[in-house]
Design a protein. Structure first.
Length: 144
C-alpha cells in the first residue's frame, strides 16, 4: 500500500475508483482526483507489482463532528483474498491517527459484496440516496 504521489499512482487510483464506482455523478477526471488528493488521503494497493485496489480516507474535521470516511475498493478479480480487509484496516488506522471519533463508509447499492463486507466489519446503514443523474443509490454506513 502506498499513498498516492505522482501521476502513475493518481492514474491507478482513478482507474480503480471509476471501475468500482461507475455512477455518472462519480466518474472522476484526473484533475478531480488531484483535487481529492489535496484534501483526502488516497492510497493504492499492489500485490506483486499488480494493482489490486485503492482507498480513500476523508479527513475528520471539527465541522463534520470528527467523522472520517474510510472507503476500500478492491478490483473484482482480486476479491475474496483478504485484501479488502487489509486495505480497510489500513484506512481505519489512518483515520484514528487523524483523530476520527466516528468512522463512516459509503457503498453503491449495486455492490452487494461491498455491502456485506461493510456490515461484517461492524458498520450499520444510516442513509440511502440517489444523486442527480444517477439511478443507483449510495448507501452511507457508520461503524457501530
Amino acid at each position: 500500500m502506498e499513498q498516492v504521489d505522482g501521476e502513475p499512482s493518481l492514474r491507478d487510483w482513478q482507474h480503480v475508483h471509476n471501475l468500482i464506482i461507475p455512477a455518472a455523478s462519480s466518474v472522476l477526471s484526473l484533475d478531480e482526483v488531484r483535487e481529492r488528493a489535496g484534501r483526502n488521503r488516497l492510497y493504492v494497493a499492489y500485490l506483486g507489482g499488480a494493482l489490486v485496489g485503492c482507498s480513500t480516507v476523508r479527513t475528520p474535521t471539527v465541522d463534520n463532528g470528527a467523522t472520517a470516511t474510510v472507503i476500500a475498493r478492491i478490483l473484482p478479480e482480486q476479491r475474496g483474498k483478504g485484501l479488502g480487509g487489509q486495505l480497510y484496516a489500513h484506512g481505519l488506522a489512518v483515520a484514528r491517527e487523524l483523530g476520527a471519533e466516528v468512522v463512516e463508509t459509503v457503498v453503491l447499492e449495486s455492490n452487494p459484496e461491498g455491502l456485506r463486507f461493510a456490515l461484517a466489519q461492524g458498520f450499520v446503514e444510516i442513509e440511502r440516496y440517489v444523486l442527480p443523474g444517477d439511478s443507483v443509490a449510495f448507501v452511507d454506513l457508520r461503524l457501530a
